[in-house]
Design a protein around this ligand. Structure first.
Ligand SMILES: Cc1cc2nc3c(=O)[nH]c(=O)nc-3n(C[C@H](O)[C@H](O)[C@H](O)COP(=O)(O)O)c2cc1C
Length: 347
C-alpha cells in the first residue's frame, strides 16, 4: 500500500469517524505513533457536494496541520462533477495522499442521497463511483465498506461487489464486516475479512471490534489482512499504537519514554492525560463552545472503557466552560481510575 512515496509499514491505523476524526484528535493519536511508522490517516466524512466550495482552513472537518502526512480523506459522493472537483482540490490544494470512498455510512441522509451504504445496493454504480474518482486523481483510491446481507440466492455477492471495485481501479478495500442493519451493534464477522483477503488481489484492511493490541495481532493472524483498523477503542486508548510498536520491538513514540501504559490503573491515568491533551488541542483550533461539544462527544464514545466513565460524562455536562472542564477532569483523575481491556461495543 503506497501513500505518496512511502509504503505502509505498520499494522494498525485509525478509522474515520464523524465528529471524532478531526485535526485535534488526529494530533493526539499521532503523538502515540512510533517514529517512522507509515499508515493512512482518516478525516471526518467529507461531502463531495460541499468540498468544492469549502474554506479548508476554517471548516472544522477540513482543518489540517502542516505537520500531518499520509492523509487519506474520506469522501461521500455519487456524481462525477462533485467528485472530480473535490478530489482535485483535496489532492492539489489540501495535500491528500489517498482518497477513501465511504460505502458504509448507514444514516438516513446518506441513503436518501443514494450514497454511503446505499451504494452497496448497486454494484455497477458503486464501481462507476470508483471509476469516476480514479479518472480524476493520480492518488490511490480506496473504498470502505460493510458486509452485505447474506443471501442463498447470491452467495458471491460480496466478492462480486468487491471485484467490481477492484476492476474499476480501487487500490485497496477496507471491510467493516457488520451489515447495514447491524449498524455498529452485534459482532464483526472477521471470517469475511479473511474470505476477501483470500479472494482478491488488492490489499485488504480489516476493521471491527479491535479493542486491544492483542486484538490487532489476532486479527492479522486470523484473517491475513494487510492492515488492521480500529475506531472507537483506538480513540479511547491511542497508546495502542505504542503497545503494538512495543510488540514489534519499536522504540517509544517521539517524546515518550519507558514502556507503554498497560495495567488498568496505568491506562486510567493515561486516559486522563490524553483527555487534557485533547482539550488543549481542540482549544487551539476550535471555539470554546465547539471544543466543549467535541469533548462531550469524545467522552460519549470512549468512556465505556473507563470503570467510572459515566461519572466523567456527567461532569463534562456540568462544566460551563473549558477552565471548569479542566478542573473537573483533573479532580476526577486525582483519584485512581481504571480502564477495562474490553467492553461491549454498543454505539
Ligand atoms: C461515532 C462514529 C462515527 C463514524 N463515522 C464513520 C464515517 O464517517 N465513515 C466511516 O466509514 N465509518 C464511520 N464509522 C464506523 C467506523 O469507521 C468503524 O467502521 C466502526 O466503528 C467499527 O470499528 P470499531 O469497532 O473499531 O469502532 C463511525 C463510527 C462511529 C462510532
Amino acid at each position: 500500500m503506497n501513500l505518496g512515496k512511502d509504503k505502509v509499514n505498520f499494522p494498525l491505523c485509525w478509522a474515520p469517524m464523524v465528529g471524532l476524526s478531526h485535526l485535534a484528535l488526529r494530533r493526539v493519536l499521532r503523538s502515540y505513533l512510533p517514529a517512522g511508522a507509515v499508515v493512512p490517516w482518516p478525516t471526518e466524512m467529507l461531502n463531495s457536494r460541499k468540498i468544492p466550495h469549502e474554506d479548508f482552513a476554517k471548516t472544522p472537518e477540513t482543518m489540517r496541520g502542516p505537520e500531518e502526512t499520509h492523509l487519506a480523506p474520506q469522501i461521500l459522493g455519487n456524481d462525477e462533477k462533485s467528485i472530480a472537483d473535490s478530489v482535485k482540490r483535496l489532492e492539489h490544494e489540501w495535500g491528500a495522499q489517498a482518497i477513501d470512498i465511504n460505502m458504509g455510512c448507514p444514516v438516513q441522509k446518506a441513503l436518501k442521497h443514494n450514497y454511503g451504504v446505499a451504494l452497496m445496493g448497486d454494484a455497477n454504480y458503486a464501481a462507476e463511483v470508483v471509476s469516476m474518482t480514479v479518472r480524476n486523481t493520480g492518488l490511490p483510491v480506496s473504498v470502505k465498506l460493510r458486509a452485505v446481507e447474506q443471501s442463498s440466492a447470491e452467495p458471491d455477492k460480496l466478492l462480486n461487489f468487491v471485484n467490481g471495485l477492484q476492476q474499476a481501479g480501487a487500490s485497496w478495500i477496507c471491510l467493516h464486516p457488520r451489515t447495514a442493519s447491524q449498524k455498529r451493534r452485534g459482532s464483526a464477522d472477521w471470517s469475511q475479512i479473511q474470505f476477501l483477503k483470500k479472494n482478491i488481489s488488492i490489499p485488504v484492511i480489516g476493521n471491527g471490534d479491535i479493542q486491544t493490541a492483542e486484538d490487532v495481532l489476532q486479527m492479522r493472524e486470523e484473517t491475513d489482512c494487510d492492515l488492521v483498523m480500529s475506531g472507537r477503542a483506538l480513540a479511547a486508548r491511542p497508546w495502542m499504537f505504542w503497545q503494538v510498536g512495543e510488540q514489534l520491538g519499536l522504540a517509544a513514540p517521539p517524546g515518550r519514554s519507558g514502556r507503554s501504559p498497560s495495567t488498568p490503573e496505568e491506562e486510567g491515568l493515561e486516559y486522563g492525560r490524553t483527555l487534557i491533551q485533547l482539550i488543549d488541542e481542540c482549544e487551539l483550533i476550535f471555539s470554546p463552545q465547539l471544543t466543549l461539544r467535541k469533548i462531550r462527544f469524545y467522552l460519549r464514545t470512549t468512556h465505556v472503557w473507563l470503570t467510572f466513565g459515566h461519572a466523567l460524562v456527567a461532569l463534562s455536562h456540568k462544566a460551563q466552560d473549558l477552565d471548569q472542564l479542566r478542573i473537573l477532569v483533573r479532580e476526577f483523575f486525582d483519584q485512581p481510575q481504571e480502564m477495562v481491556p474490553r467492553t461491549e461495543l454498543r454505539q
